[in-house]
Design a protein around this ligand. Sequence first.
Ligand SMILES: Cc1ncc(COP(=O)(O)O)c(C=O)c1O
Length: 432
Amino acid sequence: MSENFWSDAERHLVRYIGASSFVPEIIERAEGAFLWTADGRRLLDFTSGQMSAILGHSHPAVVATIQRQAATLDHLFSGMLSRPVVDLARRLAESLPEPLSKVLLLTTGAESNEAAIRMAKLVTGNHEIISFARSWHGMTQAAAGATYSSGRKGYGPAAPGNFAIPTPNAFRPDFTTADGDLDWRRQLDFSFELFDAQSVGSLAACIVEPILSSGGVIDLPPGYLGALRDRVHARGGLLILDEAQTGLCRTGDWYAFQRDGVVPDILTLSKTLGAGLPLAAVVTSPQIERTAHERGFLFFTTHVSDPLVAAVGNTVLDVLTTERLDVRAADLGSYLRKGLRELATRHPVIGDVRGRGLLIGLELVEDRGRPADEIGAAVTRRCLELGLHMNVVQLPGMGGVFRIAPALTSSTAELDLGLEILDQAISEVTTA
Ligand SMILES: Cc1ncc(COP(=O)(O)O)c(C=O)c1O
């Protein structure tokens, strides 16, 4: 029947992935760290779905919550409240530093960024938005306006007042110290010199990911976030941190911003919060929330404050806490990075291994005249044949970067299996 599947897919599905193609496998089911294909093959999922399934697939506690909640209270009029929603808001606030205590529960990452940007504009009375030139914040209007890593061409004018600043990339530094290292302070000064020259003096917000994921797993240098916040505040704007992929223990901390001790004005959470279910949150201070409310803040959507996914969010927090998955992500991350660095000693095509906790980037470089993106595509294909799902991001000016983000519940045996398959795939592709 798979023949019909692919011809039906070709006939009836909109292709939404740009120049890429659908993964050529029919996925029938998923459990823990693995997916099973229609022909019975098992695939190790090294991207936790779309970087979301931090508890693995179909975690028993999540399954039980969905079954119970769907049978008792699924969805409501958007102006009605229920216990899972208020519980999740309180528990998120308890997991965060002061003054982040006011929560709006939504559905997707783009939507949470849309709401955060809308709130920042209303509260500051300004409209300009700064983000990184390698950013990804989502596909809706304001989120896409602040997204530069791809997808800008051909959709008409972006909103006026969006500005890109260079991404501080330590592996491929543009501003360098005398030793050739990234000079992020000079880069940041330059960024704001350019911004000031173009700005009409109306900065609403700067929105950034603490580790750019779609931008190639680029961790901000320690100190950068604080310096960025100070520059944004000096111009009257708010700092929005998009922790779609980094929030909820993945980097070894509950939130990636904890490493820097920088509390954002607005925090957005999504992918990892629902661990694969569509749940997102905007979190801010009582002061910002009050001003927004006084000015009539409106973000009334069909699925705002939905009890079903809020209950899942509570279960995700339960599992993260009881299983100490922050510590586990840090330990497994060190283990996996060590294994990947060992591969790098034997495979010159691996240019860099980076990241924090279980959000790891492995950047390929040109190998004996063969371009990195071609090698990346071939390694991805071979991994799939061998039973490992990998995702490679290909951006201009970079080699292919594998984004490796296994579930935080993975075992070391599962990570070893991934390392083994990757080793074999790279060996075969680079000696072919
Ligand atoms: C950092 C970041 N923000 C926002 C988004 C958008 O989330 P969604 O696709 O759920 O709208 C993504 C998605 O990849 C992301 O990586």
